[in-house]
Design a protein around this ligand. Sequence first.
Ligand SMILES: Cc1cc2nc3c(=O)[nH]c(=O)nc-3n(C[C@H](O)[C@H](O)[C@H](O)COP(=O)(O)OP(=O)(O)OC[C@H]3O[C@@H](n4cnc5c(N)ncnc54)[C@H](O)[C@@H]3O)c2cc1C
Ligand SMILES: *[C@@H]1O[C@H](CO)[C@@H](O)[C@H](O)[C@H]1NC(C)=O
Ligand SMILES: *[C@@H]1O[C@H](CO)[C@@H](O)[C@H](O)[C@H]1NC(C)=O
Ligand SMILES: *[C@@H]1O[C@H](CO)[C@@H](O)[C@H](O)[C@H]1NC(C)=O
Ligand SMILES: *[C@@H]1O[C@H](CO)[C@@H](O)[C@H](O)[C@H]1NC(C)=O
Ligand SMILES: *[C@@H]1O[C@H](CO)[C@@H](O)[C@H](O)[C@H]1NC(C)=O
Ligand SMILES: *[C@@H]1O[C@H](CO)[C@@H](O)[C@H](O)[C@H]1NC(C)=O
Ligand SMILES: *[C@@H]1O[C@H](CO)[C@@H](O)[C@H](O)[C@H]1NC(C)=O
Ligand SMILES: *[C@@H]1O[C@H](CO)[C@@H](O)[C@H](O)[C@H]1NC(C)=O
Ligand SMILES: *[C@@H]1O[C@H](CO)[C@@H](O)[C@H](O)[C@H]1NC(C)=O
Length: 529
Amino acid sequence: MKFTCTKLALLSIIIFISIFPQTCISFDIDSSFLQCFSLALKNSTSTSKVIHTQNSSSYTPLLQFSQRNHRFLNSSVPKPNLIVTPNELFQIQTTIICSKKQGLQIRVRSGGHDYEGLSYVSNVPFLIIDLTNLRSITIDIKEENAWIQSGATLGELYYAIANKSNVHGFPAGSCPTVGIGGHFSGGGFGTIFRKYGLASDNVIDAQIVDVNGKILNRKMMGENLFWAIRGGGGSSFGVITAWKVKLVNVPSVVTVFNIPKSLEQNATTLFMKWQIIANKLPNELFLHSVMGLDAKSSSDGGKTVAVSFTGLYLGKQKNLVPLMENNFAELNLQHDNCTEMCWIQSVLYFAGYSINGSLKVLLQRNKTSTSFKAKSDYVTKPIPMSGLEGLWNMLLEEKNPTLIMSPYGGRMSEISESETPFPHRNGIIYGIQYLVDWDSNEETPKHMDWIRKLYAYMTPYVSMCPRLAYMNYRDLDIGVNRENTSYEEAKSWGMKYFKSNFERLAQVKNEIDPSNFFRHEQSIPPLSA
Ligand SMILES: Cc1cc2nc3c(=O)[nH]c(=O)nc-3n(C[C@H](O)[C@H](O)[C@H](O)COP(=O)(O)OP(=O)(O)OC[C@H]3O[C@@H](n4cnc5c(N)ncnc54)[C@H](O)[C@@H]3O)c2cc1C
Ligand SMILES: *[C@@H]1O[C@H](CO)[C@@H](O)[C@H](O)[C@H]1NC(C)=O
Ligand SMILES: *[C@@H]1O[C@H](CO)[C@@H](O)[C@H](O)[C@H]1NC(C)=O
Ligand SMILES: *[C@@H]1O[C@H](CO)[C@@H](O)[C@H](O)[C@H]1NC(C)=O
Ligand SMILES: *[C@@H]1O[C@H](CO)[C@@H](O)[C@H](O)[C@H]1NC(C)=O
Ligand SMILES: *[C@@H]1O[C@H](CO)[C@@H](O)[C@H](O)[C@H]1NC(C)=O
Ligand SMILES: *[C@@H]1O[C@H](CO)[C@@H](O)[C@H](O)[C@H]1NC(C)=O
Ligand SMILES: *[C@@H]1O[C@H](CO)[C@@H](O)[C@H](O)[C@H]1NC(C)=O
Ligand SMILES: *[C@@H]1O[C@H](CO)[C@@H](O)[C@H](O)[C@H]1NC(C)=O
Ligand SMILES: *[C@@H]1O[C@H](CO)[C@@H](O)[C@H](O)[C@H]1NC(C)=O
């Protein structure tokens, strides 16, 4: 095992190994950690409420509570020695200091949506800092801003805004259970990002606990680190505990529509047209397309590819219908196809909830999950018809494939590539998310093979040199991911997520955490300038 220990811990490990091989190694680290923690806090905290050992009855429910990908529920997946659920910042400071002392790695978890489970799985002895108890949200409508703790979810944020105003919103993702901590630090886009940019583009201050246990705000951390955590991923730099954001204005009436088309209903030609117009539409109109399979309307029991064109317009239907007629007449959007609502109802709509139901559903964190694998791409020139035909054949090979095509342009094109670590700006027509999910982990290899084959198939049609990817759709397939990856090796994925911002991220990492304490399979390696 490769982890460092203090002299004392090392001694007792050696003694224990001879009697109880394996299991007691982790027992020893755990009790040393507990001792360090309670000594540091001079017993001011009831340690057992904040630290959950593998013995605690709270351990397994807590571990699984926000584990969004069941691929990592498999019993052979390594589990944390401890889970820490801080209520106060000093408990995070102490956890960092004691983890360093005891040679435990830290994984930070906010909403637990990491696609590769990196917030709760590691191959070395580790603990999880789960921020679920640090989730307060303070909205200031007069100043049009908010302080949000990292353990809150997007749903909680949207709910809190709607509680104060129906003409304010925030540009972030569609899934209410996604955590603020991972989402904001990796970018974060949703249905109003063509108008207002990413969640991270709207961050104006933040609070982080660094590798020395110091609490820093924007002024204290300096502009380099503040730049890095707005898109570079938080987990390489420390524990980000809170974010201050600008709220944005939304009209009191917005309009939503969804037009599904199968191949038999000309989905291919409609999608060809969509590729030409989607990123050039006015910023107020978000029109994404979602590909999947549908039962054939003819009764031969077969399946067909279907493409849904789903839109959110920041305005009224009477303005939307002519706008669509001028830009995308082929879709034939009618008044009957549109629903006017307030912005928070559109949040429910895109989350798959009834728009007339209670907003309280946005507060639920216990949505059921499945096993899944996802990958991402960026498209800079329309995919030709021949490429789409092959894609349809690939989709028909899989039981439950989903491709989500999100149009860029608008505000996204106005922000320079180096403004934040998120580099996918001008020149991107749309981003693709490939997604496949399944119920039983016995099927895992089959679906993993399929999505990798699909990714290989798409190579000629998407961005290249580097082939770009979205960091919040983390994908361990796209590069070298050892614990100790060197800067040169890490470029394999680093250039895909960050383009040339990767070098600056590695320099910031060297300033804030030169010993590379905060690390995982795709953390930024330190690079001396
Ligand atoms: C169902 C689903 C829907 C999604 N929808 C969207 C969408 O609409 N738009 C979009 O842009 N993305 C979307 N995503 C991707 C999502 O933005 C990322 O997975 C995001 O990183 C999740 O954040 P989290 O806090 O929930 O995840 P976690 O697993 O808790 O964290 C993700 C990563 O960030 C690190 N991290 C988390 N919190 C902190 C912190 N406080 N300090 C330092 N590091 C931290 C973790 O260690 C881990 O490396 C979706 C994901 C899922 C599973
Ligand atoms: C305080 O913490 C120490 C170290 O873990 C422990 O030995 C002691 O029993 C604790 N005292 C109380 C009152 O909890
Ligand atoms: C876990 O339980 C075992 C057996 O009951 C006990 O010996 C051990 O001290 C406990 N470990 C911790 C870290 O509490
Ligand atoms: C806002 O929340 C408070 C406290 O939960 C509640 O009493 C109030 O009715 C809510 N207001 C709106 C407009 O939702
Ligand atoms: C759109 O509206 C037209 C006219 O009412 C209707 O025929 C059509 O079925 C609607 N399409 C969808 C997808 O609802
Ligand atoms: C499909 O497109 C063709 C040519 O553009 C057109 O003739 C035909 O009516 C369309 N079919 C449907 C179902 O819309
Ligand atoms: C929601 O409520 C409105 C107004 O009461 C009604 O017209 C509409 O049909 C409802 N929509 C849904 C999806 O239930
Ligand atoms: C989640 O919790 C809510 C309320 O606590 C409950 O009504 C709902 O059924 C739960 N959902 C799932 C999927 O467990
Ligand atoms: C569990 O995970 C291991 C390694 O990650 C893998 O080899 C094994 O096939 C998985 N088992 C199941 C049932 O998914
Ligand atoms: C990383 O670790 C592996 C295995 O532990 C080792 O073989 C390799 O040399 C190390 N690489 C670097 C760059 O330190």
